[in-house]
Ligand binder design. Structure first.
Ligand SMILES: Nc1nc2c(ncn2[C@@H]2O[C@H](COP(=O)(O)OP(=O)(O)OP(=O)(O)O)[C@@H](O)[C@H]2O)c(=O)[nH]1
Ligand SMILES: [Mg+2]
Length: 473
């Protein structure tokens, strides 16, 4: 049915959409609502972060909360007295299952949140007393819409500017560059001997070839690479088995002519559909609406990659950071063209190092981000850097070791000895990666032991809250 066949319905819908946009504009104008994107690569700590952030906000108004958030001074000065979960705005987006994750953490044998491969949203309400001159003493609410989405989706935004031919040549140069460390690369290139671009596709051969490409992407991901496109082939979520993700770059000579039903034509068409329906849709419905963005970076896992991973991480950062438009969110822009006015880079899992190493971790994070992006170097006022542990699995203690006071870590579990994992480099370089790999002892830490209703132990969540909220309270 054409959208014009039912004019009344169409006018109603248009009116609803218009009033939704006006409401959204008004909320933005009066700072009643902020949309916060939380992203980072798989296993980077997004779900743990949101769980811990929600847990802290739910404790607003409770006794002792202010003492636990010493560097979130606005908690006291703005008279916050309540934090709670509000119903989600967008009913089509899966809700972030906070209670499920929290219940897992307070089990006698606690569990880390399970891996997620899709977007989810949670809306929080913070109530506080208005301090501004215009309405002193007025009770106000600030809503936070928090979106958890895979960082891999962000990398897909690079495809928006690429034709199928551009995408194919970008990936061909990757396959060649990585052939010494990804064994699958040679087999992938050899597929050219059996694929005929001008013939209509054999569905089985098409499927098997794409599977081989996906396998190559997965191997790259395991080797620490981050330019993994199209991302939904490795994180399909609800697209599993859908033809829209069944394509691959054409890594061989492009045919001089081809029909739209040929193998080449089909691959190209699916790529174009992917770009339009998946990538553009993500950009328009979600990414472009964010006010603030938290990017979580697991520096420990980045340091564990090889030389190629180093180059690849740099390339990817450059790509990733280009997608943010920075600048002050002035009045008009806020209504008609909202944009991200603050990006917070946080080095996660800081409980894996002793307290005196945190400054090195911070400097490493800065060096990773700024060495990768010219954009960020020029616009540093809108970026904040910090170290963080969302769910701290260790405590840092000082012990006397060979006559000297030394910082060590402890899980606090019975029978576990305290330990010193090593030091982190303060600069991002190939040499520092090698040093780290030779000297640092990485441990798989179990989650901390907690009692039901205990607050989640963390490092620097108060600093994060202050960065995110101070100008809105
Ligand atoms: N020690 C420590 N480990 C953490 C912390 N946060 C996350 N982790 C570890 O990192 C793993 C991944 O954390 P998640 O929060 O699930 O990461 P994610 O980014 O949501 O991962 P995906 O859902 O796979 O994209 C956890 O299972 C923990 O092992 C932290 O603060 N400290
Ligand atoms: Mg997750």
């Amino acid at each position: 049915m054409s959208i014009f066949s039912d004019p009344i319905k169409t006018v109603d819908r248009l009116f609803d959409e218009l009033s939704d946009s006006i409401n959204e504009g008004v909320n933005r104008l009066f700072d009643k609502e902020i949309k916060i994107g939380v992203t980072g690569f798989s296993r980077g700590g997004k779900t743990a972060f949101i769980t811990s952030l929600v847990n802290t906000i739910l404790s607003f108004g409770n006794e002792g909360t202010s003492d636990r958030l010493p560097r979130f001074q606005e908690y006291e000065t703005s008279g916050i007295y309540y934090g709670g979960i509000a119903p989600n705005h967008d009913l089509s987006v899966p809700a972030f299952p906070y209670h499920e994750y929290y219940d897992g953490l307070v089990k006698p044998e606690p569990l880390w949140p399970v891996a997620t491969d899709n977007i989810s949203e949670i809306r929080l309400e913070i109530r506080f007393k208005e301090n501004r001159l215009l309405m002193p003493g007025e009770h106000r609410s600030l809503y936070l819409d928090i979106w958890d989405y895979p960082g891999e989706w962000l990398i897909d935004l690079v495809l928006l500017d690429l034709s199928y031919e551009d995408f194919s040549s970008m990936m061909l140069s990757q396959v060649r560059k990585l052939s010494s460390i990804i064994p699958q690369s040679k087999e992938l290139l050899a597929l050219g001997d059996i694929l005929d671009p001008c013939k209509s596709p054999d569905p089985r051969l098409l499927k098997e070839s794409v599977e081989q490409y996906v396998q190559w992407l997965l191997d790259c991901k395991r080797a620490g690479m981050s330019l993994i496109v199209p991302s939904r082939q490795v994180l399909p979520g609800n697209l599993l088995g859908a033809p829209i993700i069944e394509f691959m770059p054409w890594l061989w000579e492009k045919p001089s002519s081809y029909s739209k039903d040929s193998l080449y034509g089909v691959m190209k068409k699916r790529y174009d559909s992917y770009k339009k329906e998946i990538v553009e849709n993500f950009y328009e419905t979600m990414f472009s609406k964010l006010d603030r963005q938290v990017i979580l970076i697991d520096c420990f896992s980045a340091l564990n990659g090889g030389r190629e991973a180093f180059v690849n991480v740099n390339d990817t950062f450059e790509t990733l950071l280009k997608n943010f438009s920075y600048g002050e969110n002035n009045l008009l822009q806020r209504i008609f063209s909202p944009k991200i006015d603050k990006v917070i880079f946080a080095a996660t899992k800081a409980d894996q190092v002793t307290y005196d190493e945190e400054k090195h971790l911070l400097s490493l994070l800065r060096s990773m981000v700024t060495s990768a992006s010219h954009e960020i170097r020029g616009q540093s006022t809108n970026c904040q850097y910090m170290v963080l542990s969302s769910i701290a699995a260790t405590k840092c203690l000082e012990v006397n070791y060979q006559g000297r006071n030394t910082q060590v870590l402890s899980t606090g579990r019975e029978g576990d000895n305290y330990f010193y994992p090593g030091s982190v480099p303060s600069q991002w370089s190939e040499q520092s990666m090698a040093d780290f790999q030779n000297h640092f002892i990485m441990r798989q830490l179990p989650p901390p032991l907690m009692n039901p209703s205990d607050p989640i132990p963390n490092i620097n969540m108060d600093v994060m809250l202050s960065y995110l909220l101070k100008d809105k309270l």
